[in-house]
Design a binder for this molecule. Structure first.
Ligand code: NAD
Length: 481
């Protein structure tokens, strides 16, 4: 396959790349890596994946595929010959522990990036674990503990980028740009914040109460979802796993109605809470510019914790400011039907799964952004409105959904190569401007839009509801009960 010469090479890399997992995201990111990272020739790339998916693509690029399923017992033996100092491990698999891989990469001196903190199989749904222990909060706390692995400070270990896809990942960079845009529009002049403390102070100063990751995917397949089939525009396994975890949200300092089914964790930073029900059974109200207002699923995601933590302002031990942060996801209509059927089967997965790619009709977009709300201008959405048509024009092996993920994966890799000794890093801690610079050409229209919508809009007309009329942006009003 001939790669066009017109693409900007952002950096060069002299090591080897080991790509673990080659599903929708792995297949979509490969052409971007070959375009934009110089020196990474196909013979220095190895894919490790257990199944046949993507073999034709790998073959067309001349890239070696080793067909293995990594397990807790086998992963060292399989990866040892493939990974040494100066290499890069890109983990785009399901069911392979991110924490185990990061420890291994540090032993070998290799860079690392994933798009989600994966546990070993069953970690999300193990009935012997409490909901708290099955949460992304717990996974994040365990990952952050790596910073002091074996009692040693790993602040300058080879860079390991945690959770850098679209969300988590790209959306954390959108939040920073959105905060700066808001400040400009409110006539607040300031220097671009340089530290966590300064970013959190800016969010507090602007009065942002709520940060939604607000996404509406309108991509449609030419072949409708069949009965007994789970259809999605990215990993079915990934979506099903996170959808079965408890719903989780960063718990803001303005909240005054703790949910009856809400629980706090008894360890870690306490930046987030969870609900005693799966995210795929929890709906919230949100807004995006093209879709308007809609109900999305409050699926747990790493950014709900990392953003809530990042934007916390404390006086001593006292939290004086923190936004409420959560995902509000309306996946493709086929995926909504799939979730409905899945829930009706008591969360027992359908017999067949389909990730949409070539059969997506040439219409529909993935509108993915952040809604910052509760401030003086009410609510501001900032994000990408990438259509399937444009995604197909921009890069092979991608849909609108996957391209938003894969380009962020690329920008995270480039940032890691440029900053190779930063230890464990979350997207919030990276250079947002550098990442956005790399991502923007692949995101379609990237827009900011204000709305006067709030979660009390047109409520209470048909049924009497127990709402907080004094503050529209209370989670109690946002949640669909
Ligand atoms: P997918 O289901 O299409 O592919 C998963 C891949 O992992 C497959 O190639 C599968 O064979 C491989 N795999 C499964 N078990 C393995 C094992 N034991 N060893 C090695 N490989 C194994 O998933 P996807 O859509 O490509 O997503 C990949 C990852 O990215 C998932 O963890 C998903 O949650 C995450 N993701 C993150 C974002 C984001 O925005 N942050 C978005 C989409 C996906």
């Amino acid at each position: 396959m001939i790669l066009s010469m017109q693409h900007k090479v952002h950096t060069t890399f002299a090591g080897r790349l080991i790509l673990i997992g080659f599903g929708s995201i792995g297949q979509g990111v490969l052409p971007l890596i070959l375009r934009h990272i110089g020196g990474l020739t196909p013979e220095r790339i190895t894919i490790v994946t257990p199944d046949e998916a993507g073999q034709a693509e790998a073959q067309a690029y001349g890239i070696r595929v080793l067909q293995h399923a990594l397990t807790q017992d086998s992963f060292r033996q399989i990866l040892q010959p493939l990974v040494s100092s100066g290499d890069f491990v890109l983990n785009l698999s399901v069911d392979v522990s991110s924490i185990a891989l990061i420890g291994f990469c540090w032993e070998r001196g290799a860079l690392y990036l994933d798009t989600c903190i994966e546990p070993w199989p069953g970690g999300y749904t193990d009935p012997t674990l409490s909901p708290s222990k099955r949460s992304n909060y717990a996974l994040r706390e365990a990952a952050l503990a790596l910073r002091m692995l074996d009692g040693k400070d790993h602040a300058t270990a080879p860079t390991a980028v945690l959770t850098h896809g679209a969300n988590p990942g790209l959306v954390q960079h959108f939040v920073k740009q959105a905060l700066l845009n808001l400040a400009t529009d409110m006539d607040i002049s300031l220097a671009v914040p340089q530290s966590r403390t300064e970013w959190a102070a800016l969010a507090q100063r602007l009065g942002v109460k709520v940060m939604h990751i607000a996404e509406r995917d309108t991509q449609t397949p030419s072949i409708p979802k069949r009965v007994g089939e789970f259809v999605n525009t990215w990993s079915v396994d990934g979506f099903v796993s996170e959808g079965c975890q408890p719903a989780e949200l960063g718990w803001g300092s303005h909240e005054r109605h703790f949910p009856v089914d809400g629980r706090r964790h008894d360890f870690g930073s306490d930046c987030a809470i969870y609900l005693m029900q799966p995210g795929a059974a929890t709906r919230v109200r949100t807004w995006t510019p093209k879709a308007g207002h809609f109900h999305g699923f409050l699926i747990t995601h790493g950014e709900s914790m990392s953003m809530a933590d990042f934007y916390t302002v404390k006086q001593g031990e006292q939290v004086v400011y923190r936004p409420t942060v959560h995902y509000a996801y309306h996946p493709s209509d086929s995926a909504v039907l799939s979730v409905h059927e899945f829930a009706g089967r008591n969360w027992r997965l359908q017999d067949s799964k389909r990730i949409l790619m070539d059969e997506i009709l040439p219409e529909g977009i993935d509108e993915l952004g952040v809604l910052l709300a509760g401030h003086g201008r009410n609510a501001y959405w900032f994000g990408s409105q990438l259509s399937i048509d444009e995604a197909r024009r921009l890069a092979p092996h991608n849909s609108a959904t996957s391209l938003q993920v894969t380009v962020a994966c690329l920008s995270g890799m480039i940032w890691a190569i440029e900053n190779p000794k930063r230890g464990l890093v979350e997207p919030d801690e990276m250079d947002f401007a550098r990442n956005l610079e790399i991502c923007l050409p692949y995101l379609g229209p990237v827009v900011g839009a204000y709305t006067d919508w709030n979660p009390l809009h047109e409520r209470g007309q048909l049924f009497a509801e127990d709402l907080d009329q004094d503050d529209p942006w209370q989670f109690k009003n946002v949640r669909v009960l």
